[in-house]
Structures are given as structure tokens and as C-alpha cells.
Design a protein around this ligand. Structure first.
Ligand SMILES: Cc1cc2nc3c(=O)[nH]c(=O)nc-3n(C[C@H](O)[C@H](O)[C@H](O)COP(=O)(O)OP(=O)(O)OC[C@H]3O[C@@H](n4cnc5c(N)ncnc54)[C@H](O)[C@@H]3O)c2cc1C
Length: 407
């Protein structure tokens, strides 16, 4: 029985939604909590979808954040396979696709995003995949077997993780990237070169500056990936990893301010004071980046989900996280703290070729961001240097003999 009469509705039963729901209970909210999702699974974490789940080493159930029993124990009403069709702000209710109407006092949007599709002919042919959900990973995993020819479209984080997993499973992998280098938007040239070398050393073919113009398949024939320059690559399976489209349509249709996602303030509040947003769908000003951004990361989904729930309960919240992201490829653990920018001075510590290294990004004597490979301990210190705004010299950072702990 709920002693409080108010209702908090969360749309999107993913990582941010799960943490928001759990936090409402942990903060003592005794009213009704509804967690509405459109997938069949209880809330789960997605990072292993391109890693251990795709390689068959982890079961999808191991990703669950809260299973059905845990949700019941927390008295969270979880609606599965229940897409929300619209938000009626004037009446404070959400309308499900099946027509049900649910009244809310506070609403938290955690609708995440979906894989961006490649807008070319043949993109819906069998054999062309994207990866965002457990269902996607279950379809794709068995196809990444020894001898299979896999084309990965997009040399960003998810594309490269799929390429690494597929090659580990014995597939012949080609990565096609339109830009001049891998992960061009998020890492410096030296790291792109390192990633490139790492993939090539594992037998992955990397085509840079190459655009996919379409897919075709003759009866019984292979899937043909046609490039803009006229070349064609035959394969069994293509995986398109070209980014994410935020699921902000509900918010936009309801008249909330959106700009490449749902705009929120440091209290995770949208332009409607009773509606909050968190996770991949939310755009907020980030002081570490010096601009507004949408953080697509595990850390942000959890922490902003928690912050949005606390804010919905009227607690003091000032959410402005130092962004953190990691990726695992070919046995290398890469981590990024902060938001590297071309205007930063880059200082390297260690040797990328030797496998363990950190790139520091400096503005004057301040470390603004750090990116490392197989350097978890050093990155922990780098994080402190960033958060404490400690003045440092480029010379000390570059010298492995100078202890970061002492700095
Ligand atoms: C393959 C993959 C690998 C990743 N690897 C890493 C990594 O290594 N490191 C890292 O930091 N991050 C990684 N991420 C990113 C991280 O998983 C996401 O940032 C995180 O899942 C975002 O959580 P979210 O709750 O905002 O969105 P989601 O987890 O996408 O949840 C949103 C949920 O809302 C549902 N929904 C949408 N619209 C509606 C509607 N109208 N009605 C009802 N439900 C709706 C969606 O179907 C979904 O279930 C990875 C992501 C993927 C896909």
C-alpha cells in the first residue's frame, strides 16, 4: 500500500529509468512508481551487448539491473512492451499505444536513443544489422562465426567493438569509415593511429575515407556492400554502427524544449517544471566541456537517472559530471575522462605501441581531459588532477618517472 497519494511515472525502462525508479524508493518516496518500457526485458545495461554478450561469453540475463522480483520488492510497477504514444501535459497524463491513460504528478523521461540507420538503398535487406538491444545482439551474435565475412559500417566506438568481437570469433572483418581516421570526432590523431594499428594487427581490414552507397543481394548471392567509388565488397553480414538518434519525439510533440535531445538544466528539469529527463536522451550544459551536450555513456545513464529522481522529489541537485567513457577492444581497455578538444595541448605519457599510455589534454597548466589505454591506475590520478584543477607542467606529465600520485 502506498501511503503517499502522488504518482511518479518514468518513461523508458532502460538504465537511466531503472536507476531513477530505484532512487525514488531509496530516497523514501512512498507513492506510486510506474516504470514504462517498450522492450520485453526488465531494465538492463547495454555495454556488454557489443562485448561479452555478442561474443557469447555472457548471458543476456546477466545484464539485468533490476529483475521482475526486485521490481516487485521495491513496489515499482513495471509495464513491459508498453510504448508510450504521447504526453498530455495539460491533463498530466501519458497515453500508451494501446490507449491506456496514466496520470502523473511528476514525469521522468528516460527514453534513450535508437541506432541511426544508414539512409541508402538496400538498408533494410536481410543481413544488414544495427546493435542497440538484447534482441539485436541475439540476432547478430550467432552470425559472427569462424569464416563469416562481416562488414562493419562506421569506425566509431560501437563499430570498432563489434569488429574486435567478430574478429575474436574468427570472422573476416572489414571496417568502412567515411572520415580520414578512426573515431575522428572523439580522439586525437595519435590514438586513431593506435586503434588502426591494433585492428590491422588482428587481421581487420580498415577502409578509411570510404562511403557506403548502398546494399544489394542477388538471389542466393552474398550481401553486396557498394561503395561510393564504385567498389563492391561481398559479405555475409553488415553491421551499421553510425551513431544514435535520441528518442525525443514524445517530448517534442508535447512542446518541451529540445535541441538534439531533451533540454534539461542542472536539476535535470525540462522546460516543464514537472517533467525531468536523464540518460542518452537528455541534453545539458556541462561545465567540463564548456557547452551543452548529450552524454551517451553508462556512467551518465546511472548518475543522471539518480539525479533526476532526487530532483523530482525536491532534493538539492546540481548535476554537472566529469564525463567518463570506456571501450574494450582486442584486450585493450580504453578510458576517457573529460571532453578532449582540438584546442587542447596534447601530452603523451607512456608509449601507445607498448600498449599502456595516457594522453593528457591541457589548457595552460590545467588538465582538461585524459584518455588512456590499459592505464586504469594512472587514469584515476588523472581524474583527480582534472577535478581538483591542479596546476601541472607538461614536462612532468610526460615523464613516467614523475609519479602522478605525487602531482
Ligand atoms: C552496444 C552498446 C555498447 C555500449 N558500450 C558502452 C561502453 O563501453 N561504455 C559506456 O560508457 N557506454 C556504452 N554504451 C552506452 C550506454 O549503454 C548508454 O549510454 C545507456 O544505455 C543509456 O541509457 P538510457 O537509459 O539513457 O537509454 P536506454 O538504455 O536506451 O533505455 C531507454 C529505454 O527506453 C525505451 N523507450 C524509448 N521510447 C519509449 C517509449 N515511447 N515508450 C516506452 N519506452 C520507450 C527504449 O526502448 C529503451 O528500452 C553502449 C551502448 C550500446 C548500445
Amino acid at each position: 500500500m502506498h501511503t503517499d497519494q502522488s504518482t511518479i511515472v518514468i518513461i523508458g525502462a532502460g538504465q537511466a529509468g531503472a536507476w531513477a525508479a530505484r532512487t525514488l524508493r531509496e530516497e523514501g518516496f512512498a507513492g506510486r512508481v510506474l516504470l514504462i518500457g517498450d522492450e520485453i526485458h526488465p531494465p538492463y545495461e547495454r555495454p556488454p551487448l557489443s562485448k561479452a554478450v555478442l561474443s557469447g561469453e555472457a548471458a543476456p540475463e546477466s545484464l539485468h539491473i533490476l529483475d521482475a522480483a526486485a521490481l516487485t520488492a521495491l513496489s515499482i510497477e513495471w509495464l513491459a512492451k508498453a510504448p508510450v504514444a504521447r504526453i498530455e501535459r495539460a491533463d498530466r497524463r501519458v497515453i500508451l499505444a494501446d490507449g491506456r491513460a496514466i496520470r502523473y504528478d511528476k514525469l521522468i523521461l528516460c527514453t534513450g536513443g535508437r541506432a541511426r540507420e544508414l539512409d541508402v538503398p538496400g538498408n533494410t535487406l536481410p543481413g544488414v544489422h544495427t546493435l542497440r538491444t538484447i534482441a539485436d545482439a541475439q540476432r547478430l551474435g550467432p552470425l559472427l562465426r569462424t569464416g563469416a565475412r562481416i562488414v562493419v559500417v562506421g569506425g566509431g566506438w560501437i563499430g570498432l567493438e563489434v569488429a574486435a568481437t567478430a574478429s575474436k570469433r574468427g570472422a573476416a572483418v572489414t571496417v568502412i569509415e567515411t572520415m580520414g581516421r578512426l573515431c575522428e570526432r572523439s580522439v586525437p590523431e595519435a590514438l586513431s593511429a593506435h586503434l588502426h594499428g591494433m585492428h590491422v594487427a588482428q587481421g581487420v581490414d580498415v577502409l578509411l575515407g570510404a562511403a557506403v552507397a548502398g546494399f544489394a543481394r542477388a538471389a542466393q548471392g552474398p550481401l553486396e556492400v557498394m561503395l561510393g567509388d564504385g567498389r563492391t565488397i561481398d559479405c555475409d553480414t553488415a553491421v551499421v554502427g553510425i551513431g544514435l538518434v535520441p528518442n525525443d519525439e514524445l517530448a517534442r510533440a508535447a512542446g518541451l524544449d529540445c535541441e538534439g535531445g531533451v533540454l534539461v538544466d542542472a536539476q535535470c528539469r525540462t522546460s516543464d517544471p514537472d517533467i525531468f529527463a536523464a540518460g542518452d536522451v537528455a541534453v545539458a550544459r556541462n561545465s567540463w566541456a564548456g557547452r551543452r551536450l548529450r552524454l551517451e555513456s553508462w556512467q551518465n545513464a546511472q548518475d543522471q537517472g539518480i539525479a533526476a529522481a532526487r530532483s523530482a522529489l525536491g532534493r538539492d541537485v546540481d548535476y554537472d559530471p566529469l564525463p567518463w567513457f570506456w571501450s574494450d577492444q582486442h584486450g585493450t581497455n580504453l578510458q576517457i575522462y573529460g571532453v578532449p578538444s582540438p584546442r587542447h595541448q596534447v601530452v603523451v605519457r607512456g608509449d601507445p605501441a607498448a600498449g599502456s599510455f595516457v594522453f593528457f589534454y591541457l589548457e595552460g597548466e590545467r588538465v582538461m581531459a585524459a584518455l588512456g589505454g590499459n592505464a586504469a591506475r594512472e587514469l584515476r590520478f588523472a581524474r583527480r588532477l582534472i577535478e581538483r584543477r591542479t596546476p601541472v607542467s607538461a614536462q612532468d606529465l610526460a615523464d613516467p618517472a614523475v609519479s602522478l600520485a605525487k602531482l
